[in-house]
Design a binder for this molecule. Structure first.
Ligand code: SF4
Ligand code: SF4
Length: 140
């Protein structure tokens, strides 16, 4: 189910580095400079990771749904919120289904990655164990 870009929604990230191109681990999302629209230049090499689908600010990227997930002619697309992602599945008979899943367990921006760590002493930057180890390094 490789991704594809809806050209009527894509705005080329308004002149900034396209988000979809930045995030693609397969380096296949790229911008057509002539039309200022992104496209998947190599669908066969798509990892189907959905990173571009979830990160596009215009919701301009969708995936080709195959028969074992969505019947032929259906669509599947996500809506990312601050703490959840909702997948909308549109079946070809007109039935819509939505599935919402949490994407984080703490509030955005609330993480304190250095909490409980000692203050870094830059005068010891060349010493083994700088910052992450308090006291002497254990020896076997
Ligand atoms: S992230 Fe979305 S809006 Fe931006 S270039 Fe890619 S498809 Fe277009
Ligand atoms: S689904 Fe993943 S691998 Fe495929 S184009 Fe999007 S970001 Fe790249």
């Amino acid at each position: 189910m490789p991704s594809y870009v809806l050209s009527d929604r894509c705005d080329g990230c308004q002149g900034r580095e396209p988000v979809c191109a930045q995030i693609c681990p397969s380096d296949i999302m790229t911008l057509d400079p002539e039309h200022n629209r992104a496209f998947n230049r190599e669908p066969d090499a798509c990892w189907e990771c959905y990173s571009c689908v979830k990160s596009c600010p215009q919701q301009a990227v969708e995936v080709s749904a195959c028969a074992d997930v969505v019947p032929l002619g259906g669509r599947v697309f996500p809506q990312c919120d601050e703490d959840s992602v909702t997948w909308s599945v549109q079946l070809r008979n007109g039935v819509n289904k939505q599935f919402t899943y949490p994407t984080r367990t703490i509030a955005e921006g609330a993480i304190a990655p250095y909490a409980g760590k000692p203050q870094a002493d830059l005068s010891k930057i060349d010493q083994a164990g700088f910052f992450t180890t308090v006291g002497k390094l254990p020896t076997p």
